[in-house]
Design a protein around this ligand. Structure first.
Ligand code: 16G
Length: 241
């Protein structure tokens, strides 16, 4: 499997061997990776080469290290299609995963100038301000800050936003969420995100998505800022030409 006459660097070939082991289910998430020496002997390369390969895979988050314990196989990232206008609950159930939420804020606030502009309402209009950690199988995936004009979905409660807002809006309130504009940018977890998303202090990457959704009648339904853990998520889009 290792071709020493190839122009492809040996450490890169070892990386591929380990990646394939992960992809083919030879190693499971949480398993400890065999020692450097094992690869060095099996493929007749130096331990330096194996170390380089492992470091690269740690940086790419296929593997993670625990001091004094060793190197482990990471959970694979969830691949999310950017195309459909879906909810977090729908995205998770499409994968057979259980979605849940932890609420860190549920308030009704008067719209300030910025919210009024973005939601296309008058200043001081009552707005739901909801902050939820979204979890998949109990693992924190994203921190979501949602703003919805209160008159659009009456009776929204802390208990209801524990499950799907889209489901409540569509099935109970008869609203039709029709379109959205969304941006995606790279950021680094701030203090609150480090705590609520349970990521490393000091530089954990986060993917920030901002979505503005509209109802069938053209009214703005919500503005949402979602910070997704970059070690858990990758986004996918199909292109055509
Ligand atoms: C997604 C949407 C968010 C929406 C939420 C509803 C992004 C960036 N955000 O997380 O705009 O409010 O789903 O989820 O994708 P729910 O119906 O499960 O409460």
């Amino acid at each position: 499997m290792i071709d020493k006459s190839s122009p492809i660097p040996l450490y890169h070939q070892i990386e591929e061997v380990i990646k394939q082991g992960i992809e083919h289910g030879e190693y499971q998430p949480g398993d400890v990776l065999p020692a450097e020496r094992v690869y060095a002997e099996q493929y007749q390369v130096s331990r330096m080469t194996v170390r380089q390969a492992i470091t690269n895979l740690v940086n790419e988050r296929y593997l993670y290290r625990i001091k004094g314990k060793g190197t482990f196989i990471a959970e694979p990232k969830l691949e999310q299609n950017l195309k459909g206008l879906t909810s977090f609950t729908e995205d998770m159930s499409a994968r057979g995963m259980k979605a849940s939420s932890k609420i860190s804020k549920f308030d009704i606030i008067p719209a300030n100038r910025s919210l009024a502009e973005q939601l296309n309402v008058d200043m001081h209009t009552p707005i739901y301000e909801i902050k939820r950690v979204r979890l998949a199988e109990e693992i924190p995936m994203a921190l979501e800050r949602t703003y919805i004009p209160a008159n659009l979905i009456k009776g929204l409660s802390e208990e209801r936003v524990l499950s799907s807002i889209y489901k409540y809006a569509e099935e109970q309130m008869g609203l039709k969420i029709k379109s959205a504009t969304q941006t995606l940018e790279a950021t680094i977890a701030n203090k609150e995100e480090i705590k609520l998303l349970e990521v490393d202090q000091g530089g954990a990457p986060v993917l920030l998505m901002k979505r503005t959704s509209k109802l069938e009648n053209g009214q703005t339904f919500e503005i949402v800022k979602s910070s997704y853990r970059a070690d858990r998520y990758k986004f996918m889009i199909d292109l055509e030409r």
